[in-house]
Ligand binder design. Structure first.
Ligand code: ZN
Length: 105
């Protein structure tokens, strides 16, 4: 598991979570509150720092809780990054769900 072309995974996870957050019109504050309620206390500023690149790494707990709060599948999100679907390359067209991998833009 040292394929440099897939690194850094954290940066790509954060980007996908940001895209999903904005696609669902969820503010960083609302996401932080939802994650806190789900048992993962986090400040809005931490999410802002991650999305702006001031913080470079995201924990697996953060990924799972944030994905759940946004209504997306953390496993699919991670797979799109580490093993992109050969059909859609992990990024189906906006508004579409890939029939091969189930991923959605
Ligand atoms: Zn696909």
């Amino acid at each position: 598991m040292s394929d440099a072309s897939t690194l850094p995974v954290s940066t790509k996870v954060i980007e996908k979570l940001r895209v999903a957050r904005q696609a669902n019109s969820v503010s960083a504050r609302a996401l932080a509150e939802a994650m806190t309620e789900a048992g993962y206390p986090i400040q809005r500023s931490v999410i802002a720092n991650l999305e702006s690149g001031r913080r470079a790494e995201v924990s697996v707990d953060h990924l799972v809780i944030a994905a759940r709060a946004l209504g997306i599948d953390a496993a699919i999100l991670l797979r799109q990054i580490t093993a992109p679907c050969p059909h859609c390359k992990g990024t189906p067209p906006a508004g579409f769900t890939c029939n091969t991998c189930g991923g959605a833009a």
